[in-house]
Design a protein around this ligand. Sequence first.
Ligand code: BGC
Length: 758
Amino acid sequence: MYIPLLRLIRLCVCGTCLFVVMVAKAQPMKKPVDTIGQKVTALLQQMTLEEKIGQMNQYNGFWQVTGPAPTEANAKLKYEHLKKGWVGSVLNVSGVENVRKLQEIVVKESRLHIPLLFGLDVIHGHKTLTPIPLGEAASWDLGAIEASARAAAEEAAAVGINWTFAPMVDITRDARWGRVMEGAGEDTYLGSKIGMARVKGFQGNRLTDDDAIIATAKHFAGYGFAEAGRDYNTVDVGTSTLYNVILPPFQAVVDAGVRTVMNSFNILNGIPSTGNKFLQRDILKGKWGFKGFVISDWGSGSEMMAHGFAKDLQHAAELSLKAGSDMDMESYAYIGHLKQLVQAGKVPVSLIDDAVKRILRVKFELGLFDNPYKYCHPEKEKTMLYHPKHIAGALDIAKKSIVLLKNEGQLLPLSAKTKQLAVIGAFANDKNSPLGSWRIGSDDNSAVSFLEGLQRMQVPYTYEKGVNVVIGKTAFGEEVSINETDTSGMAAAVQLAAKSPVVVMVLGEHGFQTGEGRSRTKIDLPGLQQQLLEAVYAVNKNIVLVLMNGRPLAIPWAAEHLPAIVEAWQLGTETGNAIAQVLFGKYNPSGKLPMTFPRSVGQVPIYYNYFNTGRPGPKTEVFWTHYIDESRKPLYPFGFGLSYTQFAYSDIKVNATNPHKIEVKITVANTGKLAGEEVAQLYIHQGIGSVVRPVKELKGFKKLMLQPNEKQELTFLLTDAELGFYDNEGRFKVEKGMFDVMVGTNSDEGISSFFEIK
Ligand code: BGC
């Protein structure tokens, strides 16, 4: 770094007097002292090889830590390793008492007293659950998303956790993949912004604060592109997709200071991510200069044997380390084999030192060496969980996550005076499913059900379940059984519908039908729900369909026949209150889809930023890119979402005088009768490129509140960051030429203009 120092004195003759002019000259300033770096180095020098390897080892929680020492072989081994300082981190241990107990073992009994990191999947809240991340993404509200992550961090930190395995920044285009619920959807630009907001929320203002927890960008890289949407499946993407779609959200969160990155289960160009040097050393730590550390995914090191990449666990350890995977989650590869690998001269100690330095740095940054118990405050554990401010925040973002998909004849909002409201559907009375599948720290059945939401608003209703969706118990690690035969409640539901003016039907997927290991080939309403829906429709067409699901659903019949459809995802703790408030107009919906809804599973993967192809059509004969049995259009496009009011866009103006700062102005007006929020979205299209560019790319959005008849002019700026792209060698470039620009209410509707970069 350079600062100007008054160095040179120059003489200046001006008229009668002599001026002495002081000229500033850049002078090298001393590099700020990296005190953490010094501490890390000093500690590293004291460490034995075993202790270094221990820091690179992460174990799953394994015994009732507040009880007696373990006797079972595996747990005993882990316990002994803790005492020797051969464990750097544990996951899935929480609760102040448990955390303190383990921390005390390493701090008091191990030779160098190096504190542990406690990791947990705090994905969308800890006790208080906010909507699943795909739902939160539908809010397009970065402030609310950051606040949600902050609340999650406060609760997790209160139970001793200092590390979350979130955010997942995998871009996802395939609704069959169960983990689409965990990401921000299909778009790189939106996904990057949301990833950054979530990292900021988790990590807080200062890592030394006792409610800051480190975040993890996962899964590096390409996991969201599992073939055919089958979890853990092969990934096969081209360089253009890798550089322009998959990698940018990771780079964005690395730039935003995320402290850890988790690699992934999949292969990329035939190399499993955990053993992928190109991804971890060349791109992440090399090109991007990532200073944190890389954690493997669960057992992903040892899984390289099943992939057919590592011949045994020792080989897996060698490949992982050389490729830049710093900490091993539950593979036993490093702890079991790194020492022998060093002794055999197969891996240099310098690679181990680099990994350990990265891990220790994060521990210093968190202030754990000053106070290893900084997350162990029993009083916080009592007061922070389900804190009223977190519940209020969860309700706020739950409402904002809801997307109004259809509202024909203005059936919605319902009037509080609506007499004889009929409610049908098993999920209306479910307090568990709306929590989703990632709710490890929360309590089963802790969501406000939709029926409870109605009760809190004092709305009278009559309820019939209709049909069960799942049979028997549901749990995180188990397959759900779907009811395909029992129609016993159907007749009562139809009868109720027949005598009611309006029917609210709450249908969808169970929370445990989404998430890891929950891929589906049919993405419709599971079980007998479609049959129930059509039976009710036969007697009463005034149906408001409320969808609870963790992925885009293909529901063309509902979209065509029903007057009103509300997408309510799995909204977490405050589910019922949020939906009730939206249906009865206490909150005007403002959510927009972060992922395209297909008409049919056969269209998947379907996304808005596709390439035009050489035969875009349409044509009268068959030789153009289309289906013969289905439209190629989506059911609902990316960015789509209605409001109880209407918005009009006008007066698009583009100023391209400065090619590095193109200004796009647009006026948005509320032309309806209610106040409401709109998300104005800006898309560009580069006409000709040295690598073909998508038909549209989101490059800006603004969420604004407008009163009836109010209008506002918005200004968007397009800089090189928005205008450029990566070529097939991974070089970022901005190319000259013509660009279209569109601003509007979703990726399919807006007003357009164009500009040229000369
Ligand atoms: C998942 C990760 C998760 C890890 C730890 C893995 O199965 O893929 O996303 O963070 O488990 O629970």
